[in-house]
Design a protein around this ligand. Structure first.
Ligand code: HEM
Length: 400
């Protein structure tokens, strides 16, 4: 099986292994790309592991070895049942259905302002000036961050994710979000305490977290602060989704023409992008017990790599699985939002942001009016589990 190995931590390999994935699905659906790591390639098996939080733990998540966090400072993705179930029940009281609909007017106005400034400059770098800005702004809005503070909160989120904190839970300033990012922590604490103190706080996620209650349990202030940071950081994957769709929109005229001819296909395009080019290509679990996947014995403690990107192109599930099709009819849901107890809480918000980005681009620019700058070549973000353009230099040819 030596010809089927790869380094899961090397983006040059993980972002370019589509042919290898075909081989893996066919010949080695459960393989060991390096000692201690098990790669799961087929849709059905990835889904089964996602759903089985009893056998496969999320706890090790993305933290380095020897980093253990108190429960109140753990992100949802780092907590296993039964505690995860309790937390999720509380958080679902804040993430009500229809959240994305209520956030759409804000998103549209915000995105239109970004397009205006790109149009008046005759173009721009669409990852830095567009895709990176939208997710923290929309997440800040749904959390209930005051409009004047949203940009600062986005900057804190960016600093946090690019610091040593994700791996070590610390920076040179201190430990935990409170020690490593004291200004961010103090800002969130103030938002929480203010809502607890007034009689009629705004109806937003932070307020709902202060009120959530199940079986007599409530979230502490520290837990709410942690979960605010969790939601903010989790939402940043949406940048890759927007970048992937805009790259296609700028470089494939037939894609743009199809969407302009039938705007009702925009949500289909978003779904197909999520399937074919998942912003997060794989995730990790750890076997809690000796078990078995697709007939392959898995030892307790082995790290499982959930091949989201591979499962999403499984030819057992999708016709012409390597192609971007706007008339796809396969009924099976892709794996991009993690089908299982940890299913992405922001999946509808992410879909809405991407849809609005495309719809407003078509409203703001003439057909063919937005294209890549001369000499542009696509580079992807240098992160082993991410898939999205690192930059997208665009020019506006003639704006309306
Ligand atoms: C295209 C963009 C996004 C992608 C690809 C994505 C992907 C995911 C995935 C795969 C998980 C499950 C992780 C696991 O099973 O270990 C997850 C969880 C989560 N996502 Fe997203 N996400 C996106 C956008 C968002 C947005 C916009 C928000 C919030 C507004 C958000 C909030 C969360 C939260 C809070 C969780 C933790 C759920 C739990 O562990 O119970 N995500 N996301």
């Amino acid at each position: 099986m030596s010809d089927l190995t790869f380094d899961p931590f090397d983006p040059a390999q993980t972002q370019n292994m589509w042919d290898l994935m075909v081989e893996l699905r066919d010949r080695a659906p459960v393989s060991r790309p390096m000692p201690g790591f098990v790669y799961v390639a087929r849709h059905a098996d990835v889904k089964a592991v996602f759903r089985d939080a009893e056998s496969y733990s999320s706890r090790e998540g993305f933290r380095g070895a020897n980093v253990t966090l108190p429960l109140e400072e753990s992100f949802l993705g780092e907590v296993d049942p039964p505690l995860h179930t309790d937390l999720r029940v509380l958080l679902l009281q804040a993430f009500r259905p229809g959240l994305e609909k209520r956030a759409e007017a804000f998103t549209r106005a915000y995105v239109e302002r970004l397009w205006d400034s790109i149009a008046s400059a005759g173009g721009g770098e669409l990852v830095a000036e567009f895709g990176l800005n939208i997710p923290p702004a929309v997440t800040g809005h749904i959390l209930g961050i005051p409009p004047d503070d949203i940009e600062q909160v986005g900057r804190w989120g960016f600093e946090l994710i690019h610091s040593t904190w994700p791996e070590t839970n610390a920076t040179e300033r201190g430990v935990g979000i409170g020690g490593a990012f004291p200004e961010f922590a103090a800002f969130l604490d103030e938002q929480i305490q203010w809502r607890r103190g007034v009689s009629d706080p705004p109806d937003d996620i932070i307020t709902r977290m202060t009120r959530a209650e199940a079986d007599g349990h409530r979230l502490s202030d520290l837990q709410i602060r942690t979960l605010c940071a969790n939601v903010l950081l989790a939402s940043l994957s949406t940048t890759n989704l927007i970048g992937n769709l805009l790259h296609r929109f700028l470089t494939d005229r037939s894609f743009e023409e199809s969407l302009r001819g039938r705007p009702e296909l925009v949500p289909v395009a978003v779904e197909e992008s999520l399937r074919l080019e998942p912003p997060v290509m794989f995730l990790f679990r750890t076997a809690r017990i000796d078990t078995e996947i697709c007939g392959e014995v898995i030892a307790k403690g082995e790290r499982i790599i959930l091949g989201i990107a591979s499962g999403n192109r499984d030819e057992r599930v999708y016709e012409r699985s390597d192609e971007f099709l706007l008339n796809r009819v396969d009924p099976v849901e892709h794996l991009t939002f993690g089908p299982g107890p940890h299913l992405c809480l922001g999946n509808q918000v992410a879909r809405m942001e991407a849809r609005v980005a495309l719809e407003t681009a078509m409203e703001r620019f003439q057909p063919g009016g937005l294209s890549t700058a001369p000499g542009f070549t696509l580079q992807r973000v240098p992160m082993f589990l991410e898939y999205g353009p690192e930059r997208l230099d665009a020019i506006v040819q003639s704006s309306s």
